[in-house]
Design a protein around this ligand. Structure first.
Ligand SMILES: C[C@@H](O)[C@H](N)C(=O)O
Ligand SMILES: C[C@@H](O)[C@H](N)C(=O)O
Lengths: 160, 160
């Protein structure tokens, strides 16, 4: 199955929320996103990596629109005590850049190429979330235009 | 924009790889996935949450097919020293369950409902990766059939 990169997308005016050292047990993620949903907060990207399954803790990050951040900070401060999370850290100067395509899961090189373009430019990748048709990363918004331009070039989308 | 859940997918025979306490600087993710790509390893899901941007460390998790795990373990053991990662932890009994739909980013309730179904069943969510059209979680494979069945019911896909 040949992969085809069909486009690069960029979402600015985003903010990142990191919930640090949550209890890693069933129902925790449900509680967080139910609370956000009840407050009509749209969540764009959610990423949770995995630690040691015996550690009993984990971290979750998600993005929201920058204008929702103050409201989200209040919600999370209350939730933090209830959940027993160690910290809630936010950042309001980020963007989500994505490579969109078909068949990317069968082509391990696409993520490698995308991350290399950013790495070579010294752009730090803060969050990663992927599916077969989309690889999304969070980077500082100041680098977003540059990232999109370089990715367009790498995947030859400017020659179309 | 109304959201529509069009299906539940389940990928079994997967394995999870967690790289713990990596240096959080440009080029690290590129190195990992270039090495995997050079070894023809297909990566299904990648998730990286964010910690404290001043901590200098991060964790990355990804999934591969179970049959590729022994090869990946060797690759990662070599890479671990080069990158200065604290640990590489793997798990070979997981599955990826996804809710697939349209317009999910504008509907915060979908992730909340999916996570609640799993949480109520005491199924622990080990990894999360999302896009507007797909919410994917990693859970223990022994719970996959149950999870799919319950999610079908929740999103009324069995009434179609
Ligand atoms: C950390 C969080 O995802 C937890 N494991 C849960 O299942 O809700
Ligand atoms: C941890 C890893 O993602 C690193 N921040 C990078 O940009 O490569």
């Amino acid at each position: 199955e040949k992969f085809v990169v069909s486009g690069i997308t960029c979402k600015k005016d985003e903010a990142k929320v990191n919930i640090i050292n949550l209890p890693d047990r069933p129902g925790i993620a449900a509680r967080i996103f139910s609370e956000l949903s009840n407050n009509n907060i749209n969540v764009n990207m959610i990423a949770q990596s995995s630690l040691d399954d015996n550690s009993g803790i984990n971290n979750i990050s998600f993005t929201v629109s920058r204008e929702d951040l103050p409201k989200v900070v209040k919600i999370m401060e209350n939730l933090k005590k209830e959940l027993g999370a160690k910290d809630v850290i936010t950042s309001n100067n980020i963007a989500i850049v994505s490579v969109v395509g078909i068949g990317m899961k069968t082509n391990p090189g696409v993520a490698a190429r995308m991350f290399s373009i950013l790495g070579n430019e010294k752009i730090n990748i803060e969050m990663i979330s992927t599916s077969e048709i989309k690889i999304s990363v969070v980077i500082k918004e100041e680098f977003a235009n540059k990232a999109v331009q370089l990715l367009h070039k790498e995947f030859e989308l400017d020659k179309v």
